[in-house]
Design a protein around this ligand. Sequence first.
Ligand code: C2G
Length: 132
Amino acid sequence: MKKVITYGTFDLLHWGHINLLKRAKDLGDYLIVAISTDEFNALKDKKAYHSFENRKMILESIRYVDKVIPENNWEQKREDVIREGVDIFVMGDDWEGKFDDLKDVCEVVYLPRTVGISTSQIKNDLLEVKNG
Ligand code: C2G
């Protein structure tokens, strides 16, 4: 069984996230998603609209996702890959090259980001509607 892992906040889940999760799953048979905790998001200077528990519940309902684990820090990826027996590490290519240090423990794949959608764009568009 080929295991894939990916990391992210996945707030205000949208079709760009789903495109990523689908392509990541298509690279193997089992997809693990490490979802950023609210505390780690603060380190990423991100404030998610949905709490960790609710973002976790949403991701667990997606057909492509087999397991969800918490992402508590930047450093855990290597131990996650080894502990979970991961074959392929996947991220969107806005992270191109950032995780190449993992190449000694797994394959590293950066997938093209989906153009035209992002959580921050959703927030900005809604703000514009609100402010008229
Ligand atoms: N993504 C995408 N296309 C978009 C938006 C997001 O492919 N239009 C991908 C991102 O490249 C990332 C994943 O969806 O691989 C999750 O995106 P975020 O929730 O924004 O995750 P991020 O804040 O980049 O956190 O340790 C890694 C970090 O936790 C990644």
